[in-house]
Design a protein around this ligand. Sequence first.
Ligand SMILES: [Zn+2]
Length: 311
Amino acid sequence: MAAVLDPAGRIISRARAKTRGWRDDEEVFSTIAGVGHRAIEHADIDIGSIAAVGMGSPGPIDFDTGYIIETANLKFKNFPLGPRIAEEFSRPTIIENDVNAAIYGEFKAGAALGANDVLGVFVGTGIGGGLILNGALYRGFGKGAGEIGHMIVKAGGPRCGCGNRGCLEAVASRTAINRDIRKAIAEGHRSIAAKELTKKNDVLSGKDLKSAYDSNDELVKKTVQRAAKYIGLGIGSLLNVLGSERVVLGGGVIEAFGDDFIKRIDETARDIAFEVNSKGVKIVRAQLGDDAGVIGAAMLAREALRDSEHD
Ligand SMILES: [Zn+2]
């Protein structure tokens, strides 16, 4: 998705396209550039009035050079996406990790507005995270900080996509929930999900899981609640390390299961965190949905532009 924001940070136009990441670099690049041009057309403004371009992309990326080092869903390897977009639009361009951009959006205009230290956790097919420390996005020494999904919460647990075992993502993402339900059904557990699974090629969407959950399916309930507990363990531990002021929860799994899921996460996290690190901390749902990433990327681009003008 691409969007144009006005000086007040409001979205004035949007355009969407599917990246279809299996295609060649140049084809994917022209889709990305094309969706940007369409957003500018929809805004009905001259390209000259665009001040800067901000982008979010799955990482790892090099924020300083604008290169995508590699990503799981695209073929890009050391691709100069930032410099290429800067050339395409003749505008200063920044590129940020997509989850960081979304958390920055929530920090500037959404659920974390007004907080100075924010922990963001996005639970979907994977688990992404990001940190705002002392009012600024924290990238860390090697610029790869905030990988909350790859914190190990179960030593010797299931294998994660990253190669380690027992990462939060490997026990609490939608992928992990699906795997656990499939495994239990294969072992003979009864579940409403069983029929859906055979129909849907073994993958349950958030909606499928939610409807089984709401029908009080014991297996689905237990599995989803266990996922919430692991997320709570991770967040409670992080609160003790970071002393965050607000925790923002987003992503498809959070959206599907809503308040009950968040309540379980909240209870476990507060159980783990010392009182001094949990008292007054708000654990809230993300507010901006799909807009969070474009808003955050645009804000980061604007700030980078301001910093470069002051140099
Ligand atoms: Zn991992």
